[in-house]
Design a protein around this ligand. Structure first.
Ligand code: FAD
Length: 402
């Protein structure tokens, strides 16, 4: 692939080298369903967690594009490790480094540079794609906020230290908007007022997903993340930061596909049937050709999105959504076809192919489904709002008539 500076190529090669160690433990992580702490320590030592943290806060000051180069290499070998690299460089940490107070930035930077993968808590049992229908409330009580609510499918719930909780802020009995609340877990247990219960998941099994309940969780006012523009614009600004994480998720999907494709390419040349390598059968040769085309196309979109960071420091919303839709759908197709190339051997749990298929399935769901992101793309290319509630267009017409 063209277009890397020498420093970028060096970074990618270094990540590729350490990712070999990730590959060696990926099957064991999947089987044990345990968070891969030894690999996290290795990635931390190598400087891949907190890579995007600015130098003034002790990080390497890397770009989103640098992070993408690292994430793809880890995801090829171990998708769980790829996701750890995403969340320790984008998402919650990106939001805090952009909007946080000096004290919040210091706390967040220290945590990720020491190997923490922050958790971001948006989704609720009754508010998935319709995230703004969230019910979790943070009620101001003097210098503190008290949070009550339930979140679900929280990646890292129970292992993450830094939590960025999205909740409805209520001050003087009045709802102000959706804001971000930072909670840090010290020690082994969860913070008082917060519990996490693991959800068994199809793929990416070394990464805990959890239902998180908050009952009377107390957050000091100093730990409220206040994006510019006040409460009313808070959710939008926090979601701008989430675009970074979307590009990261797209990169893990890309890496998974590229990893599975590499195994398929090798197998197609070495497995013989009817006295010849199976790669000679056009049915498979074209399947491999399509995989390579789709992977390169996805990489081009992911790279474009990662390099699009605008004045707010986050990737462009349209480019991020386009890259995520393409990479997520592509990874499902490519990992499935790569397993097909392996035949029965690919279906065995002694072989990474079935893991690639399971791991790839989530990217069309998490972080904005493939359907919801298509609507986001449509809104931007059409230059018009496409409300999703039943009365949305009527409300829009009433606003325009005013
Ligand atoms: P629903 O919103 O119930 O959607 C169900 C189906 O309906 C989907 O196919 C969807 O595309 C479709 N649909 C819904 N609305 C529309 C529409 N308007 N137009 C067209 N189709 C529509 N959340 C967090 O907050 N933090 C995390 O760390 C996190 N990690 C996750 C990790 C994993 C592995 C998974 C699977 C999810 C994670 N999520 C997380 C939650 C994720 O963001 C939600 O699953 C996602 O937003 C979709 O919500 P839902 O699952 O409730 O689906």
């Amino acid at each position: 692939m063209h277009g890397l500076t020498e420093a970028e190529a060096r970074l990618r090669d270094r990540a590729r080298e350490v990712a070999q160690e990730a590959a060696a433990q990926a099957a064991a992580t999947d089987r044990s369903e345990q968070y891969p702490w030894p690999m996290v320590r290795r990635m931390t030592e190598a400087g891949f967690l907190g890579l995007t943290v600015p130098k003034e806060w002790g990080g390497a000051g890397g770009s989103y594009f640098d992070a993408v180069l690292v994430i793809e290499e880890f995801a090829k070998a171990c998708a769980v490790c790829g996701r750890i690299a995403v969340e320790a460089n984008m998402g919650a940490i990106g939001a805090i480094m952009a909007y946080g107070t000096e004290a919040q930035k210091r706390i967040a930077a220290e945590l990720v540079l020491a190997g923490d993968k922050p958790a971001i808590l948006i989704t609720e049992p009754e508010a998935g794609s319709a995230a703004t229908e969230m019910r979790t409330r943070a009620v101001r009580r003097g210098d503190e906020w008290v949070i009550d609510g339930d979140k679900t499918w929280i990646t890292g719930g129970g292992v993450s230290r830094l939590h960025l909780i999205f909740a409805r802020a209520v001050e003087d009995g009045e709802e102000k908007g959706i804001g971000g609340f930072i909670v840090v877990r010290d020690g082994e247990g969860m913070p008082a007022g917060m519990t996490a219960e693991r959800i068994p998941s199809m793929g990416l099994r070394g990464m805990p997903e959890a239902n998180v309940a908050m009952r009377g969780l107390v957050v000091p006012d100093a730990m409220v993340l206040r994006p510019p523009g006040g409460w009313a614009r808070g959710f939008g600004r926090l979601m701008d930061a989430y675009n970074g994480q979307r590009v990261g998720a797209a990169t893990v999907a890309l890496g998974l596909a590229a990893g599975a494709y590499g195994h398929a390419l090798e197998r197609a040349q070495t497995r013989r049937q009817f006295g010849r390598p199976i790669a000679e059968f056009q049915g498979l040769a074209w399947m491999l050709a399509d995989m390579s085309i789709e992977i390169e196309a996805s990489r081009a979109l992911v790279w474009r999105a990662a390099r699009s960071a605008g004045p707010n420091g986050f990737p462009d919303r349209l480019a991020a959504a386009q890259a995520k839709v393409m990479a997520a759908d592509m990874a499902i197709r490519v990992t499935n076809n790569a397993l097909q190339v392996w035949g029965a051997a690919g279906y065995s749990r002694d072989n990474p192919m079935e893991r690639y298929v399971r791991d790839a399935r989530m990217f069309a769901i998490a972080g904005g489904t493939a359907q919801v992101l298509r609507t986001q793309v449509a809104e931007q290319i059409l230059g018009r709002k496409l409300p999703q509630t039943r009365d949305g267009f009527m409300r829009l017409a009433a606003e325009q008539a005013r």
